[in-house]
Design a protein around this ligand. Sequence first.
Ligand code: SF4
Length: 261
Amino acid sequence: MLGSNRLIAISQFLTGIYKVLAGLHSPINLKYRLLVPHSFKRKHTIMSIKNMKAEHIAEFFRRLKTKNPEPKSELEWTNPFTLLVAVVLSAQATDIGVNKATKKLFQTVNTPEKMLALGEDGLKEHIKTIGLFNTKAKNVIKLSQMLVDDYGSEVPEDRDALVKLPGVGRKTANVVLNVVFGQPTMAVDTHIFRVSNRTGMAPGKTPEKVEQALLRSVPEEFALHAHHWLILHGRYICKARKPDCPACPVHDLCKFKEKTA
Ligand code: SF4
């Protein structure tokens, strides 16, 4: 038979091992684990590890601005309507591929009325090299009809109206509001989503969360062009598979832990 003192000692020893393994050895951690839900902790752990300081965000954009003072969309367009169509066509496609398809199209078809006259089958002929062209052609014809019927053939300067157009989501509306109407929106695409999370500038699990974080953290003086700087940075430097960290102008500001050598 074990004496009571030995039993107490063994029990304390086993409890100690359990706490170390479970990460509960500190009373503060124990309270934290018990009181704070897992999702909340995870979110705040991400935020505390990755967030970039405000002065570093300003410096980040200062450097990108120095390299490219007036960044532009790489999509080609001639008026608000052709920009809207180009952005709708660019979903899950490259800007280069869209430009190839629209080069000839936009020379003659540059208003909603002309698009309706061309018709769905005529449009498909022009854009058949672009992914999802059947659906996109349908949407472009429907949105052209809505522009004629409801907006006097003009592209509306209004987010709610834009997102009601077929094929137009929040990101497309943000591009149009920014590029055509000069609003400081953040159109979060795959590049911006990646760069914002990697660098710690605006971490978020969804494009909308990243958008809100960018709207909060990008200094006003850079807000108008911020989304173009981030897209171009993500497209050419902070690439998805292998970011070019050695050539990156914001290397020292970036919080990404797995920078390439
Ligand atoms: S250092 Fe690397 S990961 Fe960070 S922004 Fe530059 S390219 Fe992207």
